[in-house]
Design a protein around this ligand. Structure first.
Ligand code: PLP
Length: 393
């Protein structure tokens, strides 16, 4: 039977990683990775995480299961982090998940169980969004999100598409640090989206994967709070991978906002059933680390300072690049106004190949670059290479 399986195309990102690894040129630059890197090119364990882990090692006295819903204290702390004081706690149900990916999948499964058929996703979006929703049986509809020339949100086109949505449709939004473009909705655009959510009774599914990495812990979720405040129902998928640097510990949460307090019971039991059928119980360690940090004012202070450092480094690299202005035909100025690790440069296939072959600069085939992959000393060689490939065009 298994020989009937059609071979799946390899992940294009893995091919880029493989090529980078075998490139012997010592000045090679990797802009393809999906994780934060510091100025020395490492993805460090945060000091607050190390300290929390040391405490857990001392104090943890069992490895018994945590239960399908995960650690309820972790859930409450994450709810406060994402929704702040405005959390409509009586209508919110939280579930700890193995990372933001499983949070999105649980949200998609819940929507499918509730009878949703389609979900509107922006174009472009994170490469794993479509497969997650397709796996849950949802059909994808697209709205235009990005203007590659202006390097900003194509808001008119986005709003026009959402005007065509049916009442009650589900719409996927990214909270901040949009992957892959770095172009986020402005406060005014979030307000307009909130109006659309209210007037068309849309169900937002908001992906919060970079809280604190863009403009700040509060600013990065201001749009989420605005939309949730007017939505009848909503789903919010949260990842701790970047915010706490916990990638491999698979730490996240999904929150379901029900129309009223009565709806919480059914939503809770369905979320628990989804967890049971997928992975039974979430892994404990990452959530225990987050809980230890957020319960302790000193560790919280340390973690916030480290996150400020992550954000500051990314903003500094963006400002440095934008300072070069135009680089051949490429305008780098918009990079400073974007957020998070990613930008999507308007490069064609030949230019991306030339950057790789002639200049040892690696990125995905879409032109998505991870600016945290740049060391300050890499900025000038990158500018020279971009100028060369644009002048050759
Ligand atoms: N959502 C977006 C937009 C992402 O970029 C990512 C990770 O890259 C995720 C969700 C999922 O993150 P994780 O499953 O590692 O927590």
């Amino acid at each position: 039977m298994l020989e009937r399986l059609a071979e799946q195309p390899p992940d294009p990102l893995l091919a880029v990683i493989g090529m980078f690894r075998t490139d012997p040129r010592p000045w090679k630059i990797d802009l393809g990775v999906g994780v934060y890197r510091d100025e020395s090119g490492r993805t460090p364990v945060m000091r607050a995480v190390k300290a929390a882990e040391a405490r857990l090692l001392e104090t943890q006295d069992t490895k018994a299961y945590v239960g399908p819903g995960g650690d309820l204290v972790f859930i409450d702390l994450m709810r406060d982090l994402v929704f702040g004081g405005e959390a409509p706690a009586g209508r919110l149900v939280g579930l700890q998940t193995p990372g933001g990916t499983a949070a999105l999948r649980a949200a998609a499964d819940l929507l499918a169980r509730a009878g949703a058929r389609t979900i509107w996703a922006g174009r472009p979006t994170w490469a794993n969004h479509d497969p997650i929703f397709a796996a849950a049986g949802l059909e994808l509809r697209s709205y235009d999100y990005f203007d590659p020339v202006a390097q900003t949100v194509a808001f008119d086109r986005m709003a026009a598409a959402l005007e065509r949505s049916a009442v009650g449709d589900v719409v996927l939004l990214q909270a901040s640090c949009h992957n892959p473009t770095g172009a986020d909705l402005s406060p005014e655009q979030w307000a307009a989206v909130a109006d659309l959510v209210r007037s068309r009774r849309l169900i937002p599914l908001i992906d919060v994967a970079y809280q604190g990495v863009g403009r700040g812990l509060e600013a990065d979720v201001a749009g989420v709070r605005q939309v949730v405040a007017v939505a009848e129902e909503a789903l919010v998928a949260v990842s701790c991978s970047k915010t706490f640097g916990l990638y491999r510990e698979r730490t996240g949460a999904v929150f379901t906002l029900t129309a009223d307090a009565g709806g919480r019971t059914a939503a809770t039991s369905n979320m628990l059933a989804i967890a049971r059928a997928n992975y039974s119980m979430p892994p404990d360690h990452g959530a225990a680390v987050v809980r230890t940090i957020l319960e302790d004012p000193d560790l919280t202070r340390e973690w916030r300072a480290e996150l400020d450092g992550v954000r500051g480094r990314i903003r500094a690299v963006r400002a440095l690049l934008a300072g070069f202005g135009r680089c051949g035909g490429l305008d780098l100025v918009p990079l400073a106004a974007q957020n998070g690790m990613f930008s999507q440069l308007p490069l064609d296939e030949a230019q991306i190949r030339r950057l790789r072959e002639d200049h040892a600069i690696y990125m995905t085939a879409s032109g998505r670059v991870n600016l945290a992959g740049l060391k300050v000393e890499d900025v000038e060689p990158l500018i020279r290479a971009l100028t060369a490939v644009f002048e050759a065009a």
